[in-house]
Design a protein around this ligand. Structure first.
Ligand SMILES: Cc1cc2nc3c(=O)[nH]c(=O)nc-3n(C[C@H](O)[C@H](O)[C@H](O)COP(=O)(O)O)c2cc1C
Length: 420
């Protein structure tokens, strides 16, 4: 298959599989399942409304692990999905209706709209037509096929079997996907095969059953890191605090957690399950908890609460996983750069981290809720001071620094350790 290229090289790539209203739709389920479970590709399925009448989207959700897109919403999925880095579109099965609409620039279904955007972005598009011989032989259909071919769209099938036109076999579609991926250099990005767990956003500690203590962390920095790692080919799991104001994109396994305990449990269970190579703890996890009151504390009554320190998640993880590459964030308030570096270095040592990203949240445009940040990155050797930058740019610098620490020249991922 694929001239010696193995499907495992597609691990963590992001493909969009469009399915349309043909009886061959069942084959689409098998393709999605193979891509997602065997090749570990992140697949988002887009279904035409006709396709969704034929097969419940739930079956494709089972096959891909993601909720399929049938109707577009105000979130403009046709733009968002590609912004998030989905890089190849496969239409399997492709009806004549969708082929002809695409060739004529019509975009009146979720599938045709996705295809129009993919063409505009010059992304690789693979189509596997499913149609009766007579329907496919229609000169207008052939004209559309030729037009799409001239625009770079690849076709596989239909194949002839006992005088009948049949949609291409799943194996043939996989083969053309591998060939295309190889040609378009979709294989092996810098962080292909590296897995990340990132915590993001705030946690909540309840005083009684309705009131809680939290902070204004938005989850933006953690999400920017998750997206950047994903763009560089990593497999990313995000454990995200419920108070976050951001929504994780498809392609990132996201687990929502509310309290510190929930975030700790979620992170530990994901790490136990997957043994990620890199862990970045960005979440503004509460350092304290309360002895919670039952029900609602009556108003107008003066009460005292006692704050009890909580164990540090990074230290729990480090205890269990001594060799995982771990990055921690440290937020301080109104301190000098020298003091910030000193505290970051202390944290590096105390929590046995490999890198600490520190910031002073008292500074304007730094820290919680903002789109920018101003950080100092510290590890055993480097101290990198970054002026005020968008969180997306800071994320790129941090992920690049982490990638430099990971020796990808060997097949096995080797983390270059330099922990104090
Ligand atoms: C039983 C049945 C089978 C069909 N099979 C096909 C097919 O294999 N290929 C095709 O191009 N159209 C087929 N059609 C027609 C499409 O479902 C129809 O053109 C529809 O509008 C396609 O919408 P879509 O391209 O948005 O999914 C079939 C229709 C029915 C009722």
């Amino acid at each position: 298959m694929g001239k010696g290229v193995s499907g495992s090289e597609l691990k963590s790539r992001r493909f969009c599989v469009c399915v349309t209203g043909s009886v061959a739709i069942f084959e689409g389920v098998r393709l999605v399942r193979e891509l997602s479970k065997k090749f570990n590709v992140n697949v988002i399925v887009v279904m035409s409304e006709t396709a969704a009448e034929w097969i419940p989207p739930l079956l494709f959700e089972w096959a891909s692990g993601e909720t399929p897109i049938v109707k577009l919403s105000g979130k403009a999925e046709h733009i968002r999905v590609f912004e998030e880095g989905f890089e190849c579109v496969v239409v399997y099965p492709a009806t004549v209706n969708t082929i002809c609409k695409m060739a004529n620039g019509i975009c009146d279904t979720s599938v045709t709209l996705f295809l129009a955007v993919a063409l505009g972005l010059k992304l690789p598009v693979i189509m596997a037509p499913a149609a009766h011989l007579s329907l496919y032989a229609n000169p207008m259909v052939q004209e559309c096929v030729e037009k799409l071919k001239s625009l770079g769209v690849r076709f596989t099938g239909p194949r002839l079997e006992e005088g009948k036109a049949k949609v291409a076999l799943v194996e043939d579609v996989l083969e053309i996907i591998l060939e295309t991926a190889e040609e378009k250099d979709l294989m092996k990005k810098r962080l292909s095969g590296v897995s990340f767990l990132i915590t993001a956003g705030p946690t909540r500690e309840y005083i009684d059953d309705i009131r809680f203590m939290t902070n204004s962390s938005s989850g933006k920095m953690g999400l920017a890191l998750a997206k950047e790692a994903l763009n560089q080919g990593a497999d990313v799991t995000l454990v995200i605090g419920k108070g976050s104001t951001v929504a994780p994109p498809p392609g990132i396994r996201s687990i929502w957690a509310e309290t510190t305990q929930e975030m700790t449990d979620a992170a530990l269970s994901e790490i136990d399950r997957k043994k990620q190579d890199v862990i970045i703890s960005v979440a503004a996890i509460s350092d304290f908890t309360f002895k919670k009151f039952e029900g609602k504390i009556p108003s107008k009554e003066e009460i005292s609460v006692k704050l009890t320190p909580l164990p540090k998640l990074v230290e729990i993880i480090r205890e269990k996983y001594p060799s995982t590459y771990m990055v921690g964030f440290k937020a301080e308030y109104n301190v000098s750069d020298e003091e910030l570096i000193k505290r970051a270095k202390n944290k590096l040592k105390e929590s046995k981290l490999d890198m600490v990203v520190a910031n002073d949240v008292a500074k304007e445009g730094a820290g919680f809720g903002t789109d920018t940040n101003e950080v100092i990155i510290v590890d055993e050797k480097i101290i990198k001071k970054l002026g005020k930058l968008p969180k997306t740019e800071i994320a790129k610098i941090i992920i690049d620094l982490i990638a430099e620490k990971i020796d990808l020249t060997q097949k096995e991922i080797k983390i270059i350790k330099n922990r104090p």
